[in-house]
Design a protein around this ligand. Sequence first.
Ligand SMILES: *Cc1c(COP(=O)(O)O)cnc(C)c1O
Length: 424
Amino acid sequence: MHFETKSIHSGQKYDPSTGSAITPIHQNVSFQFESAAQAADRFSLDEFGQIYARMGNPTVDQFEARMAELDGGVGALGLASGMTAIAYAIMNICKAGDNFVTSRNLYGGVSNLFMNIFKDYGIEARFVDHNNPENFKNAMDDKTKLFFGEVLPNPRLNIFPIEEVSKVAKEVGVPLIVDNTCATPALCRPIELGADIVVYSATKYLGGHANAMAGMVVDSGNFDWSKNPDRFPMMTQPDPSLHGIEWIKKFGKLAYIVKLRATMLRDFGGCLAPMNAYLMNQGLETLSLRMEKHCKNAKKVAEFLQNHPKVENTVYPSLATDGTKELAEKQFDNGYYGAMVGMDVKGGTEAGKKVVESLKMFYHVAHIGDVRSMAIHPASTTHSQIPAKEREKAGITDGYVRLCIGIEHADDIIADLSQALDKI
Ligand SMILES: *Cc1c(COP(=O)(O)O)cnc(C)c1O
């Protein structure tokens, strides 16, 4: 089936006990076992099924099944937030003394997790420029467990070359994990391009209405952990945390995603609330419609800003001259370039703040991926802690305003931007 069809029907089963046609909110903690034997089999993972809502819940199950289908994975795990998903996805295969190589173009929270928090726990992140895939190989050693990148990183929107980096990852025998939050599977399916594991802040476009936090990890099942067993002892050695279970031997292609649930989620406990999973299931049903409108509107906004006398520079993949446009066309569907647009307004910090304050319809919030149009001035907010020189290296000039274009009528969005720019 096609993407739009799958986003409505995947994982959907009517509830046989009530006939509910859509999956209800299973707001319960425990699940009745049919027998002592069944209880024992569930605990030893000889039978898959509900045990206790920290490890899984039928409403969350549906969200996982739908995402696994949309991304073309063998399994998925829903989590409390995007941060939880990213932290667990890495800790599932990395422990103290290990390292991983990552693109330096990352969401701020992820960058801090990698640079400071993981470091305190003995896991080292090595930051490289993703434009040259060879950088990943050059930064690695025998303790390197994975490569990481963000498909459509903001604010620079310099797209990650999934296919090229995945080739290098395959050559050296480590998995590639990508954060596909901003492109979404409606635009880009990283597994088809060679990524092994895909992570999401579902809080953004997947839910799409700024009403619930959620995270997601999708596993392609394609990475062969047993090819280099010494590099991945957490996957290949008997695990004392579950009666010496041998993940690869017992679960084959499902080993990574089953282990993620049975160790990371079981023991750190960042589970997704059933109410939030319900909202995600609903969000996914309109994902492709929303992304189409987001992207069409964003392109119109970028074209409007490109010729505006108060705007020094407009950042949008279709306008890029550094290869980003071609990469978007190769990796994204239908000639779409995403919903985020950056503008560097003339007049620096004061002008940037003035524009954001003067917008009437746009929301002034630290969020992306909502149906509403939103704006923020990073130099005085999200990136104010970073020295100006460092900030500019990351593409955030004093006059930079980040726009996340919603699904309102394009003329209304442009009219609001136009009147705000006139106030400078
Ligand atoms: C928001 C975001 C995250 C973090 O997700 P939360 O759901 O806020 O925890 C991670 N990566 C990207 C690209 C994001 O935009």
